[in-house]
Design a binder for this molecule. Sequence first.
Ligand SMILES: Cc1cc2nc3c(=O)[nH]c(=O)nc-3n(C[C@H](O)[C@H](O)[C@H](O)COP(=O)(O)OP(=O)(O)OC[C@H]3O[C@@H](n4cnc5c(N)ncnc54)[C@H](O)[C@@H]3O)c2cc1C
Length: 506
Amino acid sequence: MVNRRSFLAGAGGAALAATGLMPNSAFARTAPKSSWDRLSRHLDGRLVLPSDADYTTAKQLYLAQFDDIHPRAIAYCTSPEDVSLCLRYAQDQDLPLAVRSGGNCAGGYSTKQNSLVIDVSKMNEVSLGRHGARLGAGAELVDITDGLSREGLSIADGYCPTVAAGGFLTGGGVGPFTRSMGIAADSVTSAKVVLADGRIVTASPHEHSDLFWALRGGGGGNFGIVTSYEVTPTPLTDLDTCTLIWPYDQAVDLFDGWSKWQADVPWTIGSAFLITLLDAAPGNVPVVSIFLGCVDTSGVLAGEVERLISAVGKPPVQRRPVKAPYKDIMMGFYVCDDKTVEQCHRTGTVGGGLVPRMGYGIWRSRLFSEPLPHEGWTKVVEVFDKDRLAGQMRQLQVVTMGGRANTVARDATAFVHRDTIFSAAFLASNAEGHTSDEAVASAEKFADDGFNAVDPYSNGETYLNFYDPRLPDWERSYYGSNYPRLQRIKRSYDPHNVFRHAQSVR
Ligand SMILES: Cc1cc2nc3c(=O)[nH]c(=O)nc-3n(C[C@H](O)[C@H](O)[C@H](O)COP(=O)(O)OP(=O)(O)OC[C@H]3O[C@@H](n4cnc5c(N)ncnc54)[C@H](O)[C@@H]3O)c2cc1C
């Protein structure tokens, strides 16, 4: 039987290929012009072509707005060697390529027209060793939460179950417990990466240290394809939480009170402030809620809840305190409290996955080093309420950052936002199904108006993982003063710009 190694041997590169050191140019010169069939036979994983019954599902991302992008093939890789093979094949055949783990990119950068999509979702190991944990790039947050919590451990997971390590950790990784744990990328100790020329390397403080620096906040789809990470998780078993709801007409008081309270809150507490309108039909009243989550279960949260209420000056209409294991709280965030871990995956990705895709979604966000003044929050609430459209879901997501994340210098990793205290994002979305042009235009206007309302009060930065294709100054917004170093690393590791998308480092 012909296997991957004999395929490479046929190309005259077995010895070098076995060590992962064969430069791409050598491969390109010697590889025969292969058909998809030939690639398919030499992959340990699976190649899906347009003629395959599951092609339509295989090419999907989380957002259905990218469904009219048709790759030429999707390669489900199961090893770094598979990834290396695909990278060399794509370059040999002059094919555009896209890199995909969880497929949650809001800019659609993990697919491309007529490309070979190199998908690492099957490389989804979550395992513990003596020195930490190994996370496959395809491990989704629900798998990471589940796997690590079994041992009383966690990284700073985010709010979405199907986001995968591949994109999440390269972009930074923020979530409800960032203040106590730092960004998720701060827990990475090394990464296995397949470079543009097909070499398989380890990036760590000791090897390829520039690449290691870039991979922690420099963003996916830029420098190489990560196949796994080694991380040092944080012990975390139980959480003390409280969700509070105020009437919508008190939203500005709440923002003002939260801003005052937030200045002195301990790092052990993270909060997420949401205004939600499940259906923006005129007349529907938005829901205003704050989630507080505390990694210290000794009772400190109750005092902080009282301090928040007193800063707001008006009592909430609902107060729901919950003390529970970390995994249970996260399954609630994932809207999977009624699902198994297996069911808490996107439909079409894992057998039994029940998490629906989103028909259309747009996020626009900024980061803040200071709270907004009263007139700023007033504008936010006005914008939120304007130009209603039935069937549209709207949300303002104000999520705390800072704390431990800000103990790291701005240039210590590629994640530059080390003096940010919160992020504010305007999201407009429609459920799966056809989204009309009118709905798209309305969603874009909502997100643009929101962005323009908060921008003057922001620090001018945007968290890269909340990809915003409408951001004109994305280099400065995502990377600030770290961009020139990222450009140098890009030139050194990907001189021919093999990894590229509309907002890739160049
Ligand atoms: C509903 C929703 C909720 C979210 N909530 C949070 C949150 O709470 N916190 C947070 O920090 N972020 C959040 N995000 C953003 C999320 O972290 C980013 O979209 C992230 O990039 C997704 O990673 P992915 O692997 O799932 O996506 P993909 O679409 O597969 O990839 C994203 C980018 O990374 C590249 N990439 C993917 N895999 C690799 C790899 N193995 N090696 C190198 N490059 C790779 C892709 O080419 C693409 O450019 C959320 C997104 C959504 C849609």
